[in-house]
Design a protein around this ligand. Sequence first.
Ligand code: FE2
Length: 223
Amino acid sequence: MLMNRGRLMLPGPTDGSAERRVPTERLHLIPEAARLSFVPWVSDLPGLKIGENDLTRIAPGRPQAEGEVIEISGHVFDEFGRPVRNTLVEIWNANKWGRYTHVKDPLRERLDPNFLGFGRTMTDDQGAYRFRTIRPGSYLARPDIGRWRPSHVHVSIRGGSARLIAQMYFEGDPNLARDPMFILLGDAQPRHFGQPAGQGVNGETLYRWDIVIGGRNTSYFES
Ligand SMILES: [Fe+2]
């Protein structure tokens, strides 16, 4: 396959850890003909099981993870406010103590054997999604300068061959003011807060969060 020689991405000036988050190899452009032949990455997920949007238990009937149970629900909209249907939404967040269920999490905080740590669902015909998880703890992202990341939930949206990744934050978190990624959102900060929506029937704390892809009110994506 004939390849363009590619473009090298340079880390931005915004954050001392940026160089760890950009590709170090050259990016290659895919030839137009190959790109046009791409099919959606996910049009349906036959293996998707009920319960994969509940991170608070590793399996039905197992004990509930430690911490405050929260439910995050909302819609995925396009720039015209139309629902984005049948798209794969994935989330992952740290456990109560601020540790991820991931082998590369360098933190020495406790793992919770009952916390799944990541989940997925598909949006329905109205573009709606719903997750149950544990309110994430803050974690010390930069021990060298004592900087903690505010509580946040990572979310990934997949459609076509694209993947978009954003973060939901919790208003009032004292670590927001020093967080470079949150500061970068500028006047878009308010729409990255989960909106408190009372309590659910099982005592969980409810949040509403709509994700907008494109347009004036777009959510900000990292990829
Ligand atoms: Fe994180």
